[in-house]
Design a protein around this ligand. Sequence first.
Ligand SMILES: O=C(O)CCC(=O)C(=O)O
Ligand SMILES: [Fe+2]
Length: 355
Amino acid sequence: MASSDFTSIPIIDLSKVNSPGSKVELLKDLRHALISVGFLYVSNHGVPESITRGLVDGLPQLFSLDDDKKKEVALENSPQFLGYSGTGAETTAGNVDKREQFEFATELVDDWTEGKPLSERLKGPNQWPESYPGLRPIVETYISALTKLSEDFLHIVAEALALPPTTLLSFLSDQHRLKLVHYPALTSGAGQGVGPHKDSSGWWTFLLQASPPHIKGLQVLNKSGHWIDVPNIPGTFVVNIGQGFEVVTNGVCKATTHRVLSGVDERFSVPFFQGMRRNLTKTEAVGTLKEHFEGEKFGNGGGDESEEGRQVDSAFLRGKYDTWGETQLRTKIRSHRDVGRKFYGNVLEKYVSDD
Ligand SMILES: O=C(O)CCC(=O)C(=O)O
Ligand SMILES: [Fe+2]
């Protein structure tokens, strides 16, 4: 094992930002987590317990709706790829993921018209299940709270990386995405809840583990290739780096590979994907902070990564398309070809056969 390799996930107490003495310690711990781990918990984050509780308590009711009620808000209806997708609709690392999910986003108007970049069509309204009218205020309140937390967090991250506090805000999107996820119980043994991946859809991910702490499942790959458990610690969010942030930091802060193993207990989770602006070009993403992150203070950076981690595709950096938005659209169309066929017929063939 590499001498600096991690075997557990650091907990960052965000209340330490409030006093100068403890802030120094916070920034040092955060910097280590960002450069050497890529995953962390945040505690004392300021999101009221009533907001997370409202969401957690609603999940069993939502997922126990009849199939035909879920299908009324099927993701296939939505050019924004927002809505319900059932178990078996997704594959990761070549295997089928055993999970069902509702995807929501910051509520926006679809004002795309012919001539605008196609990726602007990712912006649009949510589909709210009519048979659970109480869900909308719960989800909207939660998205607002996480939007605020994730923006505040970017200020602290910038400071931990020796940047002016507002530096990272210029990369933000007007749209953040939220998934409500249910991993059904397996009748025997363990199986793939979601396969090994790096988060490609956001710039940072804030995950609420929404089942009791004895229900495990989330694991992170360390640099020597061992899977490390990320148990649910009540009152915290798990925070991890997305592929966009890795690009912007010149690889100093790595998007760490993770997976979910399902077992005999069902499990719920809620990832919030803080969005990167769709018109961000590869040149801007790579170039804006390049000099800063090439500097000596990041000498060794997070450099090393396990072989399995290296294999995980970075669609933005290696892909053919110049903007973050187009890369996102391509990824979405490739994962949901039926939506591609219905709304993006002109580019479907190009995106599915360009590698
Ligand atoms: O369910 C979890 O704990 C993690 C989910 C995840 O990694 C994802 O959806 O990207
Ligand atoms: Fe993930």
